[in-house]
Ligand binder design. Sequence first.
Ligand code: SAM
Length: 279
Amino acid sequence: MSDSCPVADTAALYDRVAGSYERWWAPVIRAAALRLLDLIELCVAQRPNALVLDLGAGTGPLARAAAARWPRVRVLALDPSQGMLDLGRAKAEETLTRRAARRVTWMAGAAERLPIADETVDAVVSSFSLQYFRRKAVALREVHRVCRPGAAIALVTWLQNGWPFVPWQVLDELLDELAIVRSQSTSEHLFRSLPSAAAMVRRAGFGGVRATAGLVDYQWELDALVHCAVEAERRQLFESLDAGTAERLLRLWRTRVEQLAGADLRYRGRVAYVSGRRR
Ligand SMILES: C[S@@+](CC[C@H](N)C(=O)[O-])C[C@H]1O[C@@H](n2cnc3c(N)ncnc32)[C@H](O)[C@@H]1O
């Protein structure tokens, strides 16, 4: 997207990490994300030609699954990162039938200013993207604006206060030991609780809102975790260091993580599902 994009910095970061994200991180959250399709099933059954918006689609696991699951729906996969969208489109062409792939439109855009006409969308799904929206209330009002009456909305993202992931704690300890200043965390942007997640969606004008808890549970292999940290999750940190410091940090971290028990490489994160319908 252009520099006038309200989240140009996030888009630029995702452009750079797209390949690594798809390879190392997407499998961690895939099962939790796909559950969103069950939450809009009823709406799609009532509207077989539905237009489904995948908001913050990234490389489009949900968009592709929706096109494969419902033979007549059209899917709009929207994301500010052209790199993520390009990868999603390529995967759709590789994994879907030609007809299904043609029903997915890959569109650059940000939630805060949707490039979509009023009351044209029948269902909205959004997985693990809401935490990035700078102005969530504005974004959710935009979602409300583009929804037809009766449209379904289903979101999932992280809840605060999950279980600590030991390898990240080890990395943080090393940063302290090596006196490396870490960048700000995004944890303040996560859902605080199920009631507050539901209230946010209600305030945007949706009815019948329900919030339920879920779990992301993933057993990492050491090599995959190291790739994911350096190439995607903690890429900005590693890139901000000079080559010698980055190499030393990585070597020390890897050595300490190698000494952990396998159970410490089990990643468990609490998530909230929020669903509702436009009145
Ligand atoms: C963690 S990825 C999730 C991608 C995908 N939904 C999935 O489940 O794999 C977060 C995505 O949110 C997108 N994003 C960040 N800010 C956004 C915004 N303001 N509006 C829409 N998408 C945004 C990013 O570009 C990125 O692709």
